[in-house]
Design a protein around this ligand. Structure first.
Ligand code: ATP
Ligand code: MG
Length: 381
């Protein structure tokens, strides 16, 4: 008899002919997550199990944060002997009170009882041993599952996990990661759908300092937990910002800055093999995030730009930031390059046609190439 963790997956189940591939990736990701606990992970009968871990709670915490996992249950594995199973069920239910139901699942048809008979027999033994329990087959407080597969498995607790798709099954994208609250959340949303990310951060020394850079690396590290590492590209952006500040109308400064960010990000994204850009923009949050402004920023790139927070309010974004534990880091008060030359009255309804005229005063190609060439790459684990 031994303790195992039973892992259920959600949408991966729907993937038809691709299911073996998705399952392989999912299993590998779970292996990576439980490595520090020595956990042994295996796939059997379309179900993932973890055994031989050093700490059950830590194993639950780690596996329930692996994208693609729908829920986990601490379970006991044993031989397919009715008395052994019955005794283990009695023990598992001993601390509980209230109503319960037994769900029998027999996939090994050689086992002498069918699912219904098994459930009835186990229910009877549990009731006899525990006077604090009553049977309720419609809305039970506890569901005791007894499965007869290559071995017998019993479990009563089910802990919901993050869901989503296994990291590595959704392609690659580049996240524009500022030090703010929004962009780490935007990255998380896409990672949850199986996307592998790199992060791109624009820094403007000496206006932005070491602390701002450390903060961004810390945020990247929190996201990297889910994928087991992440590349962070640190782009020197001072030159672009100074040129824009000097040569462009003040009220268009932020918008032109954002157009440069997108151009530079697209080039770096291609080096990484990414097919899309991700930003933390939310419609109407600031002047550069009106519909007109977003059209002006999108116009300089050909890659799709994903903005998973576009329809969310700040409070909703903050709730996710709290959940994924990036909020506390995001609110550390260090300068971001966007706050360096903030216009007093930014335009909220910019016209796309005026952009080329304004940018004609700049050597766009030279500025973009210089920034890309000066970019430093750091790998966070
Ligand atoms: P955040 O909370 O993520 O900083 P924000 O609400 O402050 O976002 P902006 O500063 O206008 O909004 O930035 C919008 C988006 O542009 C960010 O979500 C991020 O994707 C990107 N961005 C802004 N500044 C930077 C930067 N210094 N480096 C990389 N990306 C940035
Ligand atoms: Mg910001």
């Amino acid at each position: 008899m031994r303790q195992v963790l039973l892992v259920r997956y959600g949408e991966v189940f729907l993937k038809g002919a691709n299911r073996p591939h998705f399952l392989k990736v999912l299993t590998d990701n779970i292996k990576r997550a439980v490595k520090p606990l020595n956990g042994h992970v295996w796939l059997s009968d379309s179900r993932v199990y973890v055994s031989d871990f050093t700490d059950l709670q830590a194993c639950i915490d780690r596996v329930s944060k692996v994208f693609g996992v729908y829920s986990v249950s601490p379970a006991v594995e044993m031989e397919k002997d009715l008395d052994v199973i019955g005794e283990a069920c009695v023990q598992m239910m001993a601390p509980l009170s209230g109503t319960f139901k037994v769900l029998g699942k027999r996939s090994d048809k050689k086992f002498p009882m069918n699912s219904m008979e098994l459930a009835a027999e186990i229910g009877h033994r549990v009731l006899e041993a525990n006077p604090n329990l009553r049977v309720d087959v419609h809305t039970p407080e506890h569901r005791l599952t007894v499965e007869i597969r290559d071995n017998a498995y019993i479990c009563v607790r089910e802990i919901l996990a993050v869901g989503g798709m296994p990291t590595g099954t959704g392609g690659k994208a580049a996240l524009l990661l500022s030090g703010g609250i929004d962009s780490p959340v935007a990255g998380y949303q896409l990672m949850k759908r199986g996307v592998r990310l790199c992060a791109i951060h624009f820094q403007s020394p000496p206006y932005t300092g070491e602390l701002a850079r450390d903060k961004v690396l810390q945020l990247a590290k929190k996201l990297a937990w889910y994928s087991g590492g992440m590349r962070v590209y640190l782009v020197p952006f001072t030159r672009c910002q100074l040129e824009i500040h000097e040569k462009c109308p003040e009220e268009l400064g932020t918008l032109i800055t954002r157009r440069f960010m997108m151009r530079i990000a697209e080039r770096i994204a291609k080096q990484f093999g990414a097919l899309a850009l991700i930003t933390g923009e939310s419609l109407g949050q600031v002047a550069s995030q009106t519909m007109e402004a977003l059209c002006c920023t999108d116009a300089v790139v050909t890659m799709p730009v994903f903005r998973p927070l576009i329809g969310l309010d700040k409070t909703e974004i903050m709730a996710v930031a709290e959940k994924i534990d990036t909020y506390e880091t995001s609110i550390l008060p260090y300068e971001d390059c966007c706050t360096v030359f903030t216009p007093r009255h930014p335009v909220t309804k910019p016209k796309l046609e005026t952009m080329p005229k304004v940018e004609a005063k700049l050597d766009v190609e030279a500025l973009v190439s210089e920034a890309v060439e000066g970019t430093e790459m750091v790998i966070v684990e």
